[in-house]
Design a protein around this ligand. Structure first.
Ligand code: SAM
Length: 279
């Protein structure tokens, strides 16, 4: 932190500065430093260990896309598991679907959920919905031990540092595969294809090894490193590029539409080249 600017360092020669009005909350939990800052351009921002996780003004570009693509391509999603996602943004998108019957959110850091409930009123619908069940536990341990099966598992994790490292491994995706029903689907945020190309391609490889194939799609999130952002789907049966025609799009979408859904799977050539090299 430097005066009224937050400096987010990404690599040895790239960082971003955010001008903020004030810090609303800051504490060190058992797992990470949690900061809520207020800014002119982005509204309230959640940072973990100095890295922006979500902001009030561009969260829809991430949360709609990590949820709505799977929810519009799997025809029978009733039980959903979210791993990470303690801010409540992903939950708030899922509860827009009346067909979903139950959502377990497994977040390692109970302080993140407590603080976001207080400072992000826009994410209240996800937390307060009666179908939502919050479990404070390591998501890796949860998928290894649970006997429950889900139609959809969403991995809404922070970057692969600290407790999130294991959420990017092939053994974790193998446990996710086991925890899905026979026609289940998983989606994970899969980082920047520019700044974290190695991580992005290793997620692709690891999901391919667990599911036999993987589907990548993109969004643009201005407060994530340089904007372009990827998501990767592993699916046991349904093709995530095929939209279910009779599923109504929830009202008030600001990013997602059926046309965006289809376009999001069209990848730029540099990413296709990365994937070919990844094998
Ligand atoms: N949308 C965000 C992004 O891409 O930067 C992620 C937001 S969400 C706040 C990420 C959450 O994952 C954090 O609250 C963190 O505590 C949680 N997390 C990290 N490792 C985890 C693990 N092993 N099990 C469960 N939750 C974990």
């Amino acid at each position: 932190m430097n005066g009224s600017w937050i400096y987010e360092k990404h690599t040895e020669d790239y960082g971003v500065s955010w001008k903020i009005n004030n810090i609303l909350h800051q504490e060190k939990s058992e797992y990470q430093e949690i900061t809520v800052a207020d800014s002119e351009t982005w509204g309230r921002m959640l940072l973990l260990d100095g890295i922006v996780q979500t902001t009030e003004n561009d969260e829809f570009m991430y949360h709609e896309m990590i949820t709505q693509v799977a929810l519009h391509s799997h025809p029978g999603i009733k039980n959903v598991l979210v791993i990470g996602g303690g801010d409540g943004g992903t939950l708030t998108q899922i509860v827009k679907h009346p067909a979903v019957e139950h959502i377990d959110l497994v977040e390692i850091d109970g302080q993140v959920t407590e603080i976001c409930r207080k400072y992000f009123p826009g994410f209240q619908p996800g937390f307060s919905d009666p179908r939502t069940n919050i479990i404070i536990q390591d998501g890796i341990e949860y998928v290894q031990k649970t006997n429950k099966k889900y139609d959809l598992i969403i991995v809404d994790s922070s970057d692969p540092t600290g407790p999130a490292v294991g959420l990017f491994t092939s053994s974790f995706y193998a446990s996710v595969f086991q925890t899905l029903n026979n026609d289940g689907m998983m989606v994970t945020q899969s980082e920047s294809p520019i700044f974290y190309a190695d991580i992005f391609t290793s997620i692709y490889r690891n999901i391919c090894s667990a599911f036999g194939s993987a589907h990548i799609y993109m969004s643009t999130v201005p407060t994530y490193i340089s904007g372009p952002w990827t998501f990767t789907i592993g699916s046991k049966k349904h093709d995530p590029r095929k939209i279910i025609s009779d599923r109504p799009v929830p009202e008030g979408m600001k990013y997602y539409s059926p046309a965006v859904h289809q376009a999001a799977f069209v990848l730029p050539q540099y990413i296709k080249t990365q994937l070919i090299k990844a094998g």
